[in-house]
Design a protein around this ligand. Structure first.
Ligand code: GDP
Length: 468
């Protein structure tokens, strides 16, 4: 169809290459590219994630400007454990002015949308912490628009605060800081500001550009101000979508329900999702049989920026899977089946992707460093910077550096940012090892700094073009 050639011509071309293909057969992408080129077309190979992403993008580009309407921002809440993420999400949810008209009882479906007094809406991802968010990113989906960083005013910046900052930065999300627990006697918001300024988060009153709102998630103090500031930051992003289209989105959460079968929450990112729509989600497909909002209420359609729980999947999709409405049942089923076929191949390719040894051609190495003590961490950081200077054409980017063992969260960040993990006198735990295996992330552990340099130098030399 794309080449505008009779099907027989393509079949004959394939036959010349020794492939006897039927009309609806899947062929190797390399072969497809060769054939396109033979007919004067330039074909580009894209991953499944890129296709979904570019589908969202081109959809937006091609929109009639008139069709575009404002959509609510999607917010992720991150921060150190016990700093009040869950409490904040719970209290914010209670501020929903539309709650009464919606009725029903609050359900956890992985995300919720609230309406403010001024009529504006905000969607919150309802799984606090950066782990879930990073899992979504590792699958290639861009879901959140703004990050709220929760820092307890009686505790200050802690290791997971720093991790959260790095996760938000790596996803290029604007950060709004909620300095929490200001109702507590020991609260010291000024200290939090001082500590955060060491991580390039400078409050506005000190001449920086980071909005920091002192709040109490427990009493609800200043939450209005926090929400208004989230909207302020979102307005600059100019978030728009076209509701007059078939829906495109991302799976936020999924489960197998004993009574209802496979259930998943989709965040609709463009278009409008309707009952009866056929869709493909990752390697599975289905037909929207029923949709529910975050109060368990039946809904008939879901607009851009809205999370809905859906029934009608053939199998349970994975969170992070792209969700695309298809023209027909046949299209949806065929695409899902083709993806499944390719899955094994893709998995193998993915595993090979990040091998240090296979870095040839890359001009950047992203690394995550974990070490046992601060002294070693600093020494390794310094060494890598020196190494980066020595090899002019190649840069080593330190995505995250922290103390302690290698965790699943490190692995997911590595997968999301195409990084390798370097552990110094620390090891991955079992979950991290499994995740690394699954995501094709390479973990290298060392006990001597010199060995790190030697390995990286070798890799970097392999990457550099030879000079004569
Ligand atoms: P998370 O681990 O970041 O999700 O933190 P939680 O929301 O579970 O909060 C941890 C503890 O701090 C709980 O006992 C909360 O009741 C308490 N907490 C959270 N926010 C506040 C607050 O603004 N003020 C006070 N005094 N306690 C809070």
């Amino acid at each position: 169809d794309l080449l505008d050639l009779p099907v027989n011509t393509i079949m004959a071309d394939l036959l010349k290459k020794g492939i006897l293909a039927t009309v609806n057969q899947t062929i190797d992408p390399e072969i497809a590219m060769e054939i396109a080129e033979e007919h004067g077309f330039l074909a580009e190979l894209k991953s499944e994630e890129e296709v979904v992403e570019s589908k969202i993008e081109t959809q937006l580009e091609e929109e009639d400007k008139e069709n575009l309407v404002e959509r609510p921002p999607v917010v992720v809440v991150m921060g150190h454990v016990d700093h009040g993420k869950t409490t904040l999400l719970d209290t914010i949810r209670k501020t929903d002015v539309a709650a009464r008209e919606k009725g029903g009882i609050t359900q956890h479906i992985g995300a919720y949308k609230i309406k403010l007094k001024n009529g504006k809406e905000i969607t919150f991802l309802d799984t606090p912490g950066h782990e879930a968010f990073t899992t979504l990113r590792a699958r290639g989906s861009k879901v959140a628009d703004v990050a709220v960083l929760v820092v307890a005013a009686d505790d200050g910046v802690r290791p997971q605060t720093v991790e959260a900052i790095n996760h938000a930065k790596s996803a290029e999300l604007p950060i709004v800081v909620a300095i929490n627990k200001i109702d507590k006697p020991g609260a010291d918001p000024e200290r939090v500001k001082r500590e955060l300024s060491q991580y390039e988060l400078i409050p506005e009153e000190w001449g920086g550009d980071t909005i920091m709102v002192p709040v109490s998630a427990k009493t609800g103090q200043n939450l209005d101000e926090l929400l208004e500031n989230i909207l302020l930051v979102s307005e600059i992003l100019d978030l728009k979508a076209n509701p007059n289209k078939p829906a495109v989105g991302t799976i936020i959460e999924s489960k197998l329900d004993k009574q209802r079968g496979p259930v998943a929450t989709v965040l609709v990112q463009n278009g409008t999702l309707k009952i009866g729509d056929y869709f493909v989600a990752g390697m599975t497909w289905g037909k929207v049989r029923a949709m529910f909002d975050e109060r368990g209420k039946n809904v008939k359609e879901a607009m851009p920026g809205t999370p809905v729980e859906i029934l009608g999947f053939q199998e349970v999709p994975q969170s992070g899977d792209g969700f695309v409405v298809m023209k027909s049942e046949k299209d949806a089923r065929t695409l899902a089946e083709q993806r499944k076929q390719k899955y094994e191949e893709q998995l193998l390719a993915k595993k090979a992707r990040l091998r240090l040894e296979a870095l040839e051609g890359a001009k950047e190495i992203n690394v995550i460093i974990k070490a046992d003590v601060q002294g070693s961490l600093e020494a390794i950081k310094k060494t890598l910077e020196e190494l980066s200077e020595k090899f002019e054409d190649v840069s080593i980017n330190i995505i995250h550096a922290g103390l302690g063992g290698i965790t699943e969260s490190d692995v997911m960040l590595a997968a999301a940012s195409d990084a390798i993990i370097i552990g110094f006198n620390v090891r991955p735990d079992a979950t991290a090892r499994n995740a690394a295996e699954e995501e094709g992330v390479q973990i290298k552990t060392y006990g001597i700094i010199y060995d790190i340099i030697e390995d990286l130098e070798k890799a970097l030399k392999g990457m550099l073009e030879p000079e004569y």
